[in-house]
Write a protein that binds this ligand. Structure first.
Ligand code: TA6
Length: 306
């Protein structure tokens, strides 16, 4: 756990008066706290995980569980976790950590800048002895988050080793919603998906997604924007993405939420995950020295009329 002096040192190097500072957050984990005319936001160095983004004039767009754990080596429940280099369980090793190796790592803060009233936070992490235990490849990840009236996330993966590798990635966004049972999720009509709750059977989306039960679908070969229409909070949350071939839609519903110790029994109603990703058939091959950037941009419109 970083000491006060370490947080002081981070502030000495990076804080931007009136815009951004580093403070001790939940569990003493350091977080970047942002307050500008355009938005407020919070990003933990633990997992480079954004846990709050509230554009001016809107309620928070991001869901964060009140039961989340705040410990080294444990994932934060909510916000925008980064899944890399595999999604869900590791296909050839069920003992490996779910969703990969970087959401429980302490990332480095690289830069904090202010650009036309938006704040840009850059964090990085790379392969080390711990990651090599599970995955024998060399990599560097950079996560650049631009926070203003819209939220832009760029995940940059570089192969820093002598051999090529394949990886999966996801920006596992927990959107905050008024009631998961009252949503319409548009933009995936006619897209094929694998239903992870039904043996990953291949199915075809017909019309908008209306959640009526536990849902865990991976939509394939789609770069389309997706929009959550929320009549309770009277708003729309729109995801646009680049270099992302798959979109995951997840809600654990009552049953699976009860199995998650770090999610309150009724909190599933306030969240809907829509995840820009490259998983399954969308996994990326990266040769030595090559770099890949996946971008997700989230916007909120304060009316539920599509
Ligand atoms: O994004 C959907 C998913 O892959 C589900 O299968 C479910 O496991 C969820 O992520 C949460 O995973 P976690 O490891 O954070 O409990």
């Amino acid at each position: 756990m970083p000491s006060v002096t370490q947080i002081d040192a981070l502030n000495a190097s990076f804080s931007i008066p009136e815009f951004a500072k580093i403070v001790a957050g939940n569990g003493g984990l350091p977080k970047v706290q942002i307050a500008s005319l355009k938005a407020t936001a919070e990003i933990y160095l633990h997992g480079a995980q954004l846990t709050s983004w509230q554009p001016a004039g809107s309620e928070d767009v991001i869901f964060l569980s009140e039961q989340s754990r705040w410990e080294d080596g444990r994932a934060i429940r909510g916000g925008i976790p980064i899944c890399f280099p595999w999604f869900r369980a590791k296909s050839d090793d069920p003992k490996a950590p779910a969703h990969g190796l970087v959401r429980t790592k302490a990332w480095q803060l690289e830069a904090l800048t202010e650009e036309q009233g938006s704040v840009v936070v850059t964090l990085s992490t790379e392969s080390d002895a711990e990651t090599r235990k599970w995955w024998p490849f060399e990599f560097r990840l950079k996560h650049r988050i631009t926070l203003g009236s819209e939220l832009k996330l760029e995940l940059i993966v570089t192969n820093t080793g002598p051999t090529g590798f394949h990886f999966e990635e996801a920006l596992h966004t927990y959107n905050r919603v008024g009631d998961a049972e009252k949503l319409q999720i548009a933009g995936l009509d006619g897209v094929a998906f694998l239903d992870n709750r039904d043996g990953n059977k291949r199915k075809l989306q017909s019309g908008e997604i209306v959640l009526t039960q536990a849902t865990d679908n991976a939509y394939l070969d789609t770069q389309s924007p997706v929009e959550i229409v929320d009549p309770i909070l009277n708003r729309r949350i729109r995801l646009d993405k680049q270099n992302s071939l798959t979109t995951v839609v997840w809600n654990p519903w009552k049953e699976d939420a009860a199995k998650l110790a770090d999610l309150g029994d009724d909190e599933w109603k306030q969240m809907a995950c829509v995840e820009a990703s490259n998983i399954l058939s969308g996994a990326i091959a990266l040769a030595p020295g090559e770099e890949h950037t996946m971008t997700a941009t989230i916007r909120v419109a304060n009316n539920a009329v599509a």
